[in-house]
Design a protein around this ligand. Structure first.
Ligand SMILES: [Zn+2]
Length: 104
C-alpha cells in the first residue's frame, strides 16, 4: 500500500462517514471519524513517498491480499515454502541427532 492508494481509500471512507451525517446529536461520532480521516489525508499528502510494508509478504515482499495472510505475514505460496523449510530443518536436525547417537 502506498500513499496514493491510501488517500483514495481514505477519501472513500470519508464519503462513507459523511453519508451518516444527519445534522443531529448523533453526528458527533461520525464527525470525529471525518476529522481523523481528513488529518490522515493531509499528512499523507505531505509525505507522498510513504509506504507501508507491514502488509507485504515477509518472504517475497508481494502485497498480501487476505487478512489471514496478513496475520501470518506470508502469502499462501510462501507459507507453503516456509513450512516445507521448517519441516526440512527439523528433519535435518533430527537426522544429525540420530547420527550423533549412532556414532557414540
Ligand atoms: Zn510471498
Amino acid at each position: 500500500m502506498n500513499s496514493i492508494k491510501a488517500i483514495a481509500q481514505l477519501e472513500e471512507l470519508k464519503r462513507d462517514r459523511l453519508s451518516f451525517i444527519q445534522n443531529d446529536e448523533s453526528d458527533e461520532i461520525y464527525l470525529k471519524d471525518i476529522k481523523a480521516i481528513s488529518l490522515a489525508i493531509k499528512a499523507l499528502k505531505k509525505c507522498p513517498d510513504i509506504q507501508d510494508k507491514s502488509f507485504n509478504c515477509r518472504l517475497c515482499g508481494k502485497e498480501l491480499k487476505t487478512w489471514r495472510s496478513i496475520q501470518k505475514g506470508f502469502g499462501p505460496v510462501c507459507e507453503k515454502k516456509y513450512l516445507e523449510n521448517v519441516y526440512k530443518n527439523q528433519q535435518l536436525s533430527m537426522d544429525t541427532l540420530l547420527q550423533k547417537r549412532g556414532a557414540r
